[in-house]
Ligand binder design. Sequence first.
Ligand SMILES: C[S@@+](CC[C@H](N)C(=O)[O-])C[C@H]1O[C@@H](n2cnc3c(N)ncnc32)[C@H](O)[C@@H]1O
Ligand code: SF4
Ligand code: SF4
Length: 381
Amino acid sequence: MNDDSLIARYRYGAQYVGDFQALRSDIAAKTFIPHQVEFQPPPRGRKICWLDCPYCYGGSAHDDGRRLSKSRALEVMAQIAQGGVKKIIFAGYATDPLNCEYIDDLLRATIDSGQIFGFNTKALKLSEAFLGQLSRPDIAPQSYMSISVDAGCNEVYNAVHDVRGNAKLYDRVLQCITRAGAARRANGNLFDLSATYLINGRNHDVAQVQRFIRDFKAAGCNMLRFAFAQPPRGIETADGVVPTADDVRLYGEKLRPVIAAADSAACTTMLVDADSDHDIYDKARTVPCFARFSYPTVGFDGWLYHCSQSSAPNFHGMAIGDLNSDDFWPLLYDYDGERLGDYFSACGLRMNQEGCRCDRKEHVLNARVIASGAFDDLVVK
Ligand SMILES: C[S@@+](CC[C@H](N)C(=O)[O-])C[C@H]1O[C@@H](n2cnc3c(N)ncnc32)[C@H](O)[C@@H]1O
Ligand code: SF4
Ligand code: SF4
């Protein structure tokens, strides 16, 4: 049976901050500990991602060739754990965490430290060593693996992700998730297993959606989430790749009953339209930005960034620093805690200049902190 906190997290409603006044004091005193750190492990090979999804948030990411080495990544992970961070999310901006040759070591280190893990991945490959980690009896509660699928058959999978040819990638992902589902069952369902589906002009067919639901329930998922792609930063998308506001309404009307009918206690199945819920359709960013204090991000190049959506070399101008040469906590606390007004103004200006775009959790967190009023005297809204 799924609990309310899992459902809230998949509705972009996770409570990253409990006490806003305490957050403010902790930021000033440099005693805050981020709710989570996102780790975006470096890719194998020269190409940064194994797919070129046309809707990808990170489609305009630069690559300067630098990669975080395995030994330094494990050192940084140890620093993060020793400082008290309880949750590590493995994901990417323009990369995939399972396309990293040392991902098994990173997962082992996370579980060994007693930390919660999370994965956002396409799961095109899962090694035996990785599955071995997923079978461990000491996985921290609330750990999860979330696989973005966006289709219910091979042809539509390839169309949605701009894959040329007849590769059977949908079958491959389904096979990987079935194995992850078996590992989950074997250890008593210690982590959540979810599949997600971004609805657009290429995959909004009812039969397609029903096949996805049938297949991924059978694979052992306990959460299926449908949502709509946000316009990505800095790239033009072809028609049908990112739904317009009208598309969102039409697809929602058509698919909401189908999705609701599949909802069950064992596998929550839901459509989340966070842009309408939070009035952020096509909005670039919500500032002042509090991401650094809640979920800073280690990029594939080994730099420390404010968030998962500003984590490639083209954001070095507003990044926190370089973990290849500097340690995690000194970098994170490297600002003037006595001049927070100046800090937030300078950051906001740089973010506008660099043109970062918040994802939904980032809009929602920044808006909640701003609405709390705890920083009103420091920042111009
Ligand atoms: C950027 S991807 C990185 C991890 C992995 N490569 C993957 O695709 O799952 C992280 C999540 O963002 C989602 N995503 C990518 N571009 C998006 C967009 N423009 N709007 C909404 N979600 C997006 C993906 O579907 C995935 O669930
Ligand atoms: S959505 Fe994920 S898999 Fe697709 S290109 Fe972006 S980072 Fe790679
Ligand atoms: S994308 Fe949003 S959360 Fe990330 S740095 Fe920019 S304003 Fe902050």
